[in-house]
Design a protein around this ligand. Structure first.
Ligand code: HEC
Length: 147
């Protein structure tokens, strides 16, 4: 009986691998992408870019269901909400909303997402990192040209 259950679990685990999300990154046009100083870019790349850019990295376990499904929905939703690779084409009003939200989310440790941080130690932001990002978001807010 116990053996049968194990067979079922293993079988199920294999079958779900057949549902594979598309993990091809769209092309990046650096002319459209966000540019910031080195420290900020490094922080954004290690903590946000896997979901909020077209430069997503895919470690091996991203290809294994159901992690692959969770990540694919995070990437799709994340890019839709905010894509640093196409930042300069983003509507000014949306920019203002996202930057304001980014400040809150980062300061309250809601971004990067918890399930992501669990698997990515280098995505964790310390107090200093958060201050740097907060100041950067403020700078970007000043550039937004909506009254
Ligand atoms: C694991 C993927 C992932 C990572 C990493 C991540 N995000 Fe997100 N983010 C999402 C998803 C998915 C959404 C869409 C809305 C939701 O599910 O909360 C989102 C939404 C947002 C929004 C829009 C929220 C709104 O209410 O309009 C902002 C701003 C944001 N993220 C900022 C960041 C910043 C800044 C970082 C890095 C410090 C980051 N995120 C890291 C997945 C991620």
């Amino acid at each position: 009986m116990a053996k049968k259950i194990v067979y079922w679990i293993v079988g199920f685990g294999c079958v779900i691998q057949l549902i594979r999300p598309d993990f091809n990154n769209p092309k990046v046009d650096t002319a459209l992408a966000l540019h910031a100083d080195e420290r900020v870019e490094k922080l954004l790349k290690s903590s946000c870019y896997d979901c909020h850019s077209n430069e997503t990295n895919y470690p091996w376990y991203h290809h294994i269901a159901p992690v692959s499904w969770v990540m694919s929905s995070n990437i799709e939703g994340g890019r839709k909400a905010l894509n640093f690779s196409t930042w300069s084409t983003t509507d000014q009003e949306i920019k203002r909303e996202r930057l304001t939200r980014a400040k809150q989310l980062v300061n309250n440790e809601l971004m990067p997402k918890g399930e992501y941080v669990m698997m990515h130690d280098n995505a964790v932001l310390n107090q200093d990192d958060k201050k740097v990002l907060d100041a950067f978001f403020d700078e970007e807010l000043k550039k937004v040209t909506v009254n």
